[in-house]
Design a protein around this ligand. Structure first.
Ligand code: NAD
Length: 483
């Protein structure tokens, strides 16, 4: 894999230059499928973040700041084309770095290309308004970039999250400082190299890998940053919002979830089944929008659990290159977290369990996919985000009960309803507390066009789709008095 890299993983990328971090410090980077070290990566610190913010400011004052919206769109389109052309290589890098099965990793690469394509097309279609006002006035609004935007992303979907946050920010003319996760930052660096090749001016995108408490905290505290986009855990999200409050800058928080799928007696079960399981075990359950709860109406409960259990019993976990249903978890630490949750489920009924292939590398962080049934809605496994391949089935009787259970966690990211009753679909869509509601599907193929974000502990603000362009811009009102 290393021979395929077209960038230096040990460096930071600031102002269009690949450089050592100021203190020359490095961090080990592990392949989760084997537990072996792939390379080292830069351990960026406050001085590196400061250099990146300065470079971003310089880009806004220089060539990048003078790009028209159409020119920004064109460069994004070129980046997208390069990403698409390198999709297999990016997938191989992500498989090694995240442990993601190759097919899923390639989907992420293609999604990144599609984000670039979408935001390329959207860049020159964001318009202001003219506002009818007093006699003798003309009033209009302008959509302007915030300035320097900070992007802190997790390890689970680096490419998709870069696409939705950096893509939208660049489309609006911001200059970005990206701090990828210390567990998985190679595709962020690969993306920067492709953006450079596509002609993105120096400083418009800067990438500084490093630890959260060092590079991440330095970015959120930096007074030169005008907007922060954070994707990650609730705990760190709170720290990020506090840091943003100190500098009084807007922040988008894309946090965790405990997203339910609700299956009614009249659901088309054949259509639902692949989604009920697939929406949880994708990326070994390490997905913010994983559907880790399935609420099933009594009339079909036993049948649905039995069919889901069959599916679980056939689930295989193996190294990413084998492209099994599941790869490993990202780290030994994450595996320990998931095993801790499994231990807390010792009193529950295991309805189905997959297999870790016997010849999967011993050093990999594998956990067999597990389905628990008859889980009380207040049980810790039904309340907390596990971030592993663990799903709970919960029975319910009525629509009201389903809503109470579905809305009965602190989270509110995604929900879905499986029913052939259109009126019920509409009622449920209104009452569910979630940023996205899917009717007779889950995720709608992940559409880059669809605004995404949460309520409650799942965060606030929206990324993806056209909506993200509003989040990554500020509105200015201009009122002219001309008599
Ligand atoms: P995490 O919060 O530990 O880390 C996320 C990022 O924050 C990393 O880059 C990390 O280095 C950085 N960070 C850590 N401490 C920091 C600090 N003090 N200041 C600034 N930055 C800091 O999350 P994780 O474990 O990497 O990811 C898993 C979490 O992310 C889950 O809760 C998951 O639900 C969430 N997530 C949400 C979405 C979404 O779109 N809603 C998408 C993916 C993941």
């Amino acid at each position: 894999m290393l021979e395929r890299l077209w960038f230096d993983p040990t460096k930071i990328y600031v102002n269009g230059v690949w450089d050592w971090p100021r203190h020359y410090r490095q961090l080990p980077l592990e392949n989760p499928s084997t537990g072996e070290q792939i390379t080292t990566i830069a351990r960026g610190e406050a001085e590196d973040i400061d250099a990146a913010v300065t470079a971003a400011r310089g880009a806004l004052d220089g060539a990048w700041g003078r790009f028209t919206a159409t020119e920004r769109g064109r460069v994004l389109a070129r980046i997208g084309a390069l990403v698409a052309a390198r999709a297999d290589d990016l997938a191989a890098i992500e498989a090694a770095d995240v442990g993601k099965p190759l097919t899923q990793a390639k989907n992420d690469a293609l999604a990144l290309a599609r984000y670039m394509e979408f935001y390329a097309g959207a860049a020159d279609k964001v318009m202001g308004q003219t506002i009818p006002y007093l006699d003798g006035y003309t009033v209009y609004t302008l959509r302007e970039p915030h300035g320097v935007t900070g992007h802190i992303i997790p390890w689970n979907y680096p490419m998709q999250i870069i696409g939705r946050s950096v893509g939208a920010a660049l489309a609006m003319g911001n200059a970005c400082v990206l701090k990828p996760a210390e567990e998985a930052c190679l595709t962020a660096l690969a993306f920067a190299a492709l953006a450079d090749e596509a002609g993105l001016p120096p400083g418009a995108l800067n990438v500084v890998p490093g630890l959260g408490a060092e590079a991440g905290a330095a970015l959120t505290a930096h007074p030169g940053v005008n907007h922060i986009s954070f994707t990650g855990s609730v705990g760190v999200g709170r720290l990020v919002q506090k840091a943003a409050a100190e500098n009084v800058v807007p922040v988008t928080l894309e946090l965790g979830g405990k997203s339910p799928q609700i299956v009614f007696n009249d659901a088309d079960l054949d259509a639902a089944l692949p989604f009920l399981v697939g929406a949880c075990i994708q990326n070994a359950g390490q997905t913010c929008s994983a559907s880790s709860r399935v609420l099933i109406q009594r009339g079909v409960y036993d049948a649905v659990v039995a069919r889901m259990a069959d599916s679980y019993n056939g689930m295989m976990s193996a190294e990413a290159t084998r492209d099994a249903n599941l790869g490993p978890l990202i780290s030994a630490k994450q595996k320990a977290v998931v095993e801790g949750f499994l231990a807390k489920g010792a009193d529950l009924r295991v309805a189905g369990r997959g297999t870790v292939l016997a010849d999967a590398p011993a050093g990999g962080h594998y956990v067999a996919a597990t389905l628990f049934a008859d889980v009380p809605p207040t049980h810790v496994l039904a309340q907390e985000e596990i971030f592993g391949p663990v799903q709970v089935a919960i029975p319910f009787e009525t629509e009201d009960e389903a809503i109470a259970i579905a809305n009965g966690t602190g989270f509110g990211l995604v929900a879905s309803v499986w029913s052939e009753n259109g009126a019920r679909q509409m009622r449920m869509a209104k009452r569910l507390r979630a940023g996205q509601v899917f009717l007779n599907n889950y995720g709608a193929g992940g559409g880059v066009e669809l605004p995404f974000g949460g309520t409650g502990l799942s965060g606030h603000g929206r990324e993806k789709g056209f909506e993200a362009l509003y989040g990554f811009s500020a509105l200015k009102t201009v009122a002219a008095r001309h008599g």
